[in-house]
Design a protein around this ligand. Structure first.
Ligand code: PLP
Length: 396
């Protein structure tokens, strides 16, 4: 047989999936692993979908998506951020932010173009750039700087090949948020070097401290920014696979071209559900955010209490503690914790090399689960430390 695509074959498998295949075979596991809401999609949204099916909405939609949904998104962005996107040609409904990200990369990248990505970051970013023929360039961030990228770091990473910057605040896996002034400084660099900015704001509703800044609203950003967002996290709609991109007309036209040949349109039933989420789902969203906030405080104080140093994340639903004090690597920590105490976390290096020394703990899980998980982790960490102590004593 002739060889399969080198580009695809050389992409590493997702470091998250590897563990989840193991976890799915085990019983009594406390999972801090999955990055998805533990809530079921609010009933009113499910009901709207059921009703649309009863009415016979089972067809393709416009390639751009239902005009009514695009209008609702446009109104939503205008009322939330004071930013205007024409629903006719500046909003594209996609199969999750995942598809929107892929379309953005395929639209922006010529072979060999570099895309700057602050890391640790969502596992799909680098592969999407590579699949589109580009070169992902990692910009490492650390706990010391709150996992925020600085304008100076971006400036230092720009080369003649740099085409775009891919950012996401609040961030998966660190929960980092960024201030308006810091983000403006980042945009200023993009403007100076004529870079596109792809801003994945899927966690914007899950901001607990300060206010989220929509990147496209900053000075000099609108014409160069592709804003990505969706319904998976804010409305607990991961399985519906529905998201959107908003950007200048020329960019959306190109993204639409790829979308129409590859996806045709997002499923109409999910579009109907998303419309209900935007029109009437605000209270449900706020309720879930309040609950995540409660869990955030619980898990972060628990992790710090057992000696796993952890920044208070400003957004998303992830804590990203350091596990360096245990002397284990992220992989060792994750594997031992899973097999010895049945707690699933994700090794930090799954999100880029600079994530080593950390693990990601998702708190999109119940309060009782969080308490039990932290108790098990406390036992585990205590055991590791006393083993380390014994080994050190024997050496002396
Ligand atoms: N972007 C980020 C930062 C994510 O964390 C995720 C999912 O975890 C996605 C995009 C994928 O979103 P969607 O379900 O809309 O495809």
């Amino acid at each position: 047989m002739k060889p399969l695509s080198n580009v695809v074959k050389s992409a590493p498998p997702s470091g998250i999936r590897r563990f989840f295949d193991i976890v799915s075979q085990m019983h009594d596991v406390i999972s801090f692993g999955v990055g998805e809401p533990d809530f079921v999609t609010p009933w009113r949204i499910r009901e709207a979908c059921i009703y649309s099916l009863e009415q016979g909405y089972t067809n393709y939609t416009s390639n751009y998506g239902l005009l009514e949904l695009r209008q609702a998104i446009s109104r939503f962005l205008e009322s939330r951020w004071g930013i205007e996107y024409n629903p006719e040609n500046q909003v594209l409904i996609t199969v999750g932010v995942s598809e929107a990200l892929d379309l953005a990369m395929r639209t922006l990248i010529n072979p060999g173009d570099e895309v700057l990505i602050p890391m640790p970051c969502y596992v799909s970013y680098a592969p999407c750039v590579t699949f589109a023929g580009g070169i992902p360039v990692a910009i490492p961030t650390t706990a010391e700087n709150g996992f925020r990228v600085s304008a100076a770091q971006i400036e230092a990473a720009v080369t003649s090949k740099t085409k775009a910057l891919l950012i996401s605040y609040p961030t998966n896996p660190t929960g980092a948020t960024i201030s308006r002034a810091e983000l403006q400084a980042v945009i200023d660099v993009a403007r100076r070097h004529d870079l596109y900015v792809v801003s994945d704001e899927i966690y914007d509703r899950l901001t607990y401290e300060g206010t989220h800044t929509c990147a496209a609203t900053l000075e000099g950003a609108y014409e160069r920014t592709i804003l990505l967002n969706g319904f998976s996290k804010a409305y607990a709609m991961t399985g519906w696979r529905i998201g959107y991109a908003a950007a200048p007309v020329e960019i959306i036209e190109c993204m639409m071209k790829v979308h129409q040949y590859t996806m045709l349109c997002a499923p109409i039933m999910s579009q109907m559900a998303a419309l209900e989420a935007l029109n009437n789902g605000e209270a449900d969203c706020e309720e879930m955010v309040e609950e995540y906030n409660r869990r955030r405080k619980l898990i972060v104080s628990g992790l710090n209490a057992i000696g796993l140093e952890c920044n208070m994340p400003g957004g998303a639903f992830y804590a990203f503690p350091s596990i360096r004090s245990t002397g284990l690597t992220s992989d060792e920590f994750t594997e031992k914790l899973l097999f010895e105490e049945k707690v699933a976390v994700v090794p930090g290096n799954a999100f880029g090399e600079c994530g080593e020394g950390h693990v990601r703990c998702s708190y999109a899980t119940g309060v009782d689960q969080i308490r039990e998980g932290i108790d098990r982790m406390a036992r585990f960490v205590e055991r590791i430390r006393s083993n380390n102590g014994r080994t050190a004593a024997l050496r002396e």
